[in-house]
Each structure stands twice: as structure tokens, then as C-alpha cells.
Design a protein around this ligand. Structure first.
Ligand SMILES: NC(=O)C1=CN([C@@H]2O[C@H](COP(=O)(O)OP(=O)(O)OC[C@H]3O[C@@H](n4cnc5c(N)ncnc54)[C@H](O)[C@@H]3O)[C@@H](O)[C@H]2O)[C@@H](O)CC1
Ligand SMILES: Nc1ncnc2c1ncn2[C@@H]1O[C@H](COP(=O)(O)OP(=O)(O)O)[C@@H](O)[C@H]1O
Ligand SMILES: [K+]
Length: 507
């Protein structure tokens, strides 16, 4: 399990630790981790060309110290700085034979740098960056605020992504939110210290960070309210049948999905549901979809209903969870079924057409809040925006806030509706009514294909029926879904996913 903390939490933990350690030791722990990572990436340090981008704070200090160590091992190290630099890190670099260039502007300038080293222009900086075997981005760490100042931005955009290692966080990424305003460093890997910063896992920041390596520097941090599951966590949470189980005790899922227009959604959701936790799957569909499901999945127990026949849905039989919405139109028929299922006292997943129904009437908010059993909503961004518009949120503002602080927005929605929200997309977020959050880090952009969300609905519904709470069902479902996608051939079709959900089990 990877835990993410806020800048304030990190600062507090650092302050406590700093008070108990000899000066400089904390930074040296960070530098040691950074150096190992850089050496591993370089393969051969001796003779390698390394560029350090050095801002004025401690982040620049880390990068300069690591540059000094690489220089001592025979690398040719040039530091590029937009202004003043960390004094001890600078002295170490120069003593080890590294060079410091203060990048003064677009043209090579005459005059004196603000400290040691030489003045250089953008052309020199660009040339050094183009020739570098490795770039260490130490422009800004967790002290970065807002968009990069122009002199920082000019260096940030010239760093070659595939050869750039970000120190702690890519410069220009907001450590707490993952928001990126304007130019920012794009790294192929990030070495982060003490804990994951939220911005490395969520939003645009995750995309800028590349692979993230965590270096332990001995910080003691509070329990995190945002975590990312690893493979082992998901495998442990996945319900596994025991010798005393029957198909019923494993959990029965009721899946209301598919329509004459979208029968495929029912087939896909069924495929996902069959390869998770439930031991028994009741699929409730109108005629055309029911026929498709029967043909594709003989093990599903199919009940055929007339559109909108809520009584027939409930009469399909006892279930431990309902999942409703994939391939259903957001119309009056679906509204009747949704209204009936909202009163059921078992866990309920609402997706697609069912979310569309909720978005048409603010009155559903109350019904959601009043439900005693867990509720999981699985919107993509468009569905999310429409859903909260029904709560009176301004659409344009919501879209802006999703870019600025995705986690905060999803938290607000989950709290307001008293439900667990799974917001799909790259780095799917799963947040419960109390604000506990998970971010999914599996998957590939190939999942951006019609129907993959239907498979996810079946999968998560099945996990709910298997007894997981909504936060676990959503996060384990998203994890397995993404993992299946990364095992797939390319291009990926949604119907490839169910078979890929089968895996060699460790238990
Ligand atoms: N504090 C500690 O004890 C440790 C800190 N470490 C490193 O220290 C970093 C934090 O150091 P700092 O607090 O000095 O912060 P930074 O190194 O992130 O730098 C903050 C400085 O950058 C300037 N700045 C902020 N936003 C800017 C922007 N948008 N454009 C241009 N300049 C901007 C600020 O004026 C401030 O002087 C961590 O990320 C980590 O790399 C590690 O060495 C581990 C120990
Ligand atoms: N760029 C992306 N990277 C990774 N996963 C993605 C990306 N875009 C979409 N996904 C995932 O693909 C699925 C798409 O679901 P959804 O939008 O509901 O599609 P549909 O309704 O067609 O099935 C979700 O699990 C989502 O997280
Ligand atoms: K950085």
C-alpha cells in the first residue's frame, strides 16, 4: 500500500525529525536515495554527462549534492540555476569538479552571476540539456507554489523527459493536488522522499512524474487519507471461496443492465461480474439484451423483464448487492427501477443510465443520503459533472475545480451525497462519504474504449456482493480492471477484459 501525504504533514514530520538529528543528515539521506537511483539509471557513472537543474531551495540542495557525488565518481556535471543556489550543495558540487551556470536569460549575457560559477544564456542551457545522459530536476520541491516563474519555466520545458529524474516532485506540479498550471518538468522517473506526495499519484502530476521511487528518510507520519493499492493489497482483499462456501454464501449479484439499443453493455458487465467474487449472478434485462447475455454467458441466471418493470426486478430473487445502469437509457423506465433499488437494503452500485437518472432530479440526493446500505456511484467525468449539476454546483466551476484539485471535488460530492464515489479516468479516484480515498494506479490509456466501464461495473458489483465495502469494492475492482488491461494485447477491446481478469492466484 502506498500512502500519500500533504505538504503540511511532511513539513511537520520533517521539523520533528530535524530537531532530533545532526544538521544536514536528513538531506544526506535524501541525497543517498537520489544518488542510487541516478547511478542505476545511468548504468555507468564515469564519463556520463549529467545536468542538475538547481532552484534556490532545499530541493536544489538535494540535486546539487547528488550532482557532487556523481562528479566525484567521474561524471561531467553541469548545474543550471535560474538564480541563487543552496550554498552547501553548491560548494560540494564545485569542490567535486562540477560546474555551475546561472542562466540569465534568452541571450548569453555579460556580467556577474549572483554567486559562484559563470553566467550562461538559454542556448548554452539548451545545448547542455540536449547532450545530457541524465537530468536531475531540482528546481522546486514541495516548496513550489503556483505556476513556475519564467526563469524557472524556461529550464523546465527544455528538460528531455526520457532522461529526466525529478527530485521529490516534478517542478511545476502542485504537491498537494497534482495540478499543473503552465509549463512544468516532465520526468520519466521521480525520486520522492519520506512519503508519496498526493500530487504524484493524482491528476496531471501523476502524468508528469513517471515511475515514482520512494526513499525512506525516517519520517513518522500520521495515517494517510489517500492510498494506492499494490497488487498484493488487491489480492488480499479479493474474497476467496473457502471449503464451507456454496454459490450463495459467496454472494449473489443482481445486475440490471442492457437494453434493446445497448445489449452489449449487459454482456460486458456480466463478463466482469463472473470473474470476481460473486458465486451466483442474476442478470435482469429486457428481451434483446437478455438473449445476448444467455448466448454469451450460459452461467448467468437471466430474468427477462418489460422496460421499467421495477417489481419484476425485485422479484428476480434475493441478492447481496445490486448493480444497475450499464446500457440502460436515462429515461422514466430506468427511473422507476432506480427508485425501487434505492429502497433495497443491500449494497447498490449505480452506473451509466442510472447516474443519468440521478442527474435529472435533485430529489435523489435525499434518497441516497437516507440509504442505510452502502452505495457506490461509478461516473466518468461527464457523468460526474452532470450529477453534481443536479446538486446545484455550477458546471464551469466544477470542470475547473476538477483540474485544480480532483480529490477535493470528489470528496465534496461523496460527503454531500453520503455515498462512495468512483470517478473513472486515468488515475481513477475512489472516495467514501468520510473522505477516505484511494487512487488507482493500474491500467493503460487503451482502457479508454467503449464498454470497458461496463466490465468495471460488473466487477465492482460482484465484489460488493462478495462482501467488500464500497471503498474496497471500488478500489479492488479498479485495480484488477487496470491490471487486466495491462496484460492485454493492443489494441484492446472491452470484451477482451473478462478473460484477462482470470489470473494465476497466489491464494
Ligand atoms: N526540509 C527538509 O528537511 C528536507 C527537505 N528536502 C528537500 O527539500 C525540499 C523542500 O525544500 P524547500 O522548502 O526549500 O522548497 P523548494 O526547494 O521546493 O523551494 C522553494 C523555493 O522556491 C521558490 N518558489 C516557490 N514557488 C516558485 C515558483 N512557482 N517559481 C519559482 N520559484 C518558486 C520559493 O520562493 C522558495 O524559495 C523537498 O522537496 C526536498 O527536495 C530533503 O532534502 C529532505 C529533507
Ligand atoms: N486515459 C486513460 N487511462 C487509463 N484508464 C482510462 C483512461 N481513460 C479511461 N480509462 C478507464 O476506462 C474505463 C472507461 O469507462 P467508461 O468511461 O465508463 O466507458 P464506457 O461507458 O464506454 O464503458 C474506466 O475504467 C476508466 O478509468
Ligand atoms: K523537483
Amino acid at each position: 500500500m502506498r500512502s500519500a501525504h500533504t505538504v503540511a504533514q511532511v513539513r511537520q514530520a520533517e521539523a520533528r525529525l530535524l530537531a532530533s538529528l545532526p544538521p544536514g543528515l536528513l538531506m544526506q539521506r535524501a541525497v543517498h536515495g537520489l544518488l542510487s537511483h541516478a547511478a542505476r539509471r545511468l548504468g555507468r557513472v564515469y564519463g556520463a554527462r549529467v545536468v542538475v537543474l538547481a532552484g534556490g531551495g532545499d530541493n536544489g540542495g538535494d540535486a546539487l549534492w547528488a550532482g557532487a557525488r556523481l562528479a566525484a565518481r567521474g561524471a561531467r556535471v553541469d548545474a543550471l540555476a535560474p538564480g541563487r543556489t543552496h550554498p552547501a550543495g553548491t560548494a560540494a558540487l564545485l569542490a567535486a569538479g562540477g560546474r555551475l551556470h546561472t542562466v540569465s536569460g534568452p541571450e548569453p549575457a555579460d556580467g556577474q552571476p549572483p554567486g559562484p560559477g559563470t553566467l550562461a544564456g538559454d542556448d548554452t542551457a539548451a545545448r547542455l540539456l540536449a547532450m545530457a545522459d541524465l537530468v536531475l530536476d531540482g528546481l522546486l520541491g514541495i516548496g513550489g507554489k503556483g505556476g513556475l516563474r519564467p526563469e524557472y519555466a524556461r529550464l523546465a520545458v527544455r528538460a528531455p523527459r526520457e532522461r529526466t529524474v525529478a527530485v521529490d516532485v516534478p517542478s511545476g506540479v502542485d504537491s498537494d493536488t497534482g495540478a499543473v498550471v503552465g509549463p512544468a518538468v516532465r520526468a520519466s522517473s521521480t525520486v520522492t522522499f519520506g512519503t508519496y506526495k498526493r500530487g504524484l499519484l493524482v491528476g496531471a502530476g501523476a502524468e508528469h512524474a513517471g515511475e515514482v521511487e520512494l526513499v525512506d528518510i525516517g519520517l513518522t507520519l500520521p495515517a494517510a487519507d489517500l492510498v494506492a493499492l499494490d497488487d498484493a493489497d488487491a489480492d488480499l482483499l479479493l474474497p476467496v471461496p473457502v471449503s464451507t462456501d456454496s454459490k450463495y454464501t459467496r454472494g449473489v449479484l443482481g445486475l440490471v443492465a442492457g437494453s434493446n439499443s445497448y445489449p452489449g453493455a449487459a454482456v460486458l458487465a456480466t463478463g466482469g461480474a463472473l470473474r470476481a467474487a460473486a458465486g451466483y449472478l442474476r442478470v435482469v434485462s429486457t428481451r434483446v439484451a437478455a438473449d445476448h447475455v444467455r448466448r454469451a454467458h450460459p452461467e448467468a441466471v437471466v430474468t427477462e423483464i418489460d422496460p421499467g418493470d421495477a417489481d419484476a426486478v425485485l422479484a428476480a430473487g434475493r441478492v447481496q448487492a445490486w448493480a444497475v445502469g450499464s446500457g440502460l437509457p436515462a429515461d422514466g423506465h430506468t427511473a422507476r427501477i432506480v427508485a425501487a433499488l434505492l429502497t433495497a437494503d443491500v449494497p447498490l452500485l449505480l452506473d451509466a443510465g442510472a447516474l443519468g437518472v440521478l442527474a435529472q432530479d435533485a430529489g435523489y440526493a435525499r434518497a441516497l443520503r437516507e440509504r442505510a446500505a452502502p452505495t457506490l456511484l461509478t461516473p466518468h467525468e461527464g457523468e460526474f459533472v452532470r450529477l453534481v449539476a443536479a446538486l446545484g454546483w455550477d458546471t464551469e466551476t466544477t470542470v475547473g475545480e476538477l483540474a485544480a484539485d480532483r480529490l477535493a471535488v470528489v470528496r465534496r460530492c461523496a460527503a454531500e451525497l453520503g455515498v462512495t464515489v468512483l470517478l473513472k479516468g486515468n488515475r481513477t479516484l475512489i472516495v467514501d462519504r468520510d473522505g477516505l480515498a484511494r487512487v488507482n494506479t493500474t491500467g493503460t490509456p487503451w482502457l479508454a474504449t467503449a464498454g470497458s466501464g461496463d466490465v468495471l461495473t460488473g466487477l465492482c458489483g460482484s465484489l460488493l456482493a462478495g462482501g467488500l465495502d464500497a471503498l474496497d469494492a471500488g478500489s479492488v475492482g479498479a485495480h484488477l480492471h487496470g491490471r487486466a488491461a495491462s496484460r492485454a494485447g493492443r489494441p484492446l477491446a472491452a470484451s477482451d477484459l473478462p478473460a484477462l481478469l482470470r489470473q494465476r492466484r497466489t491464494r
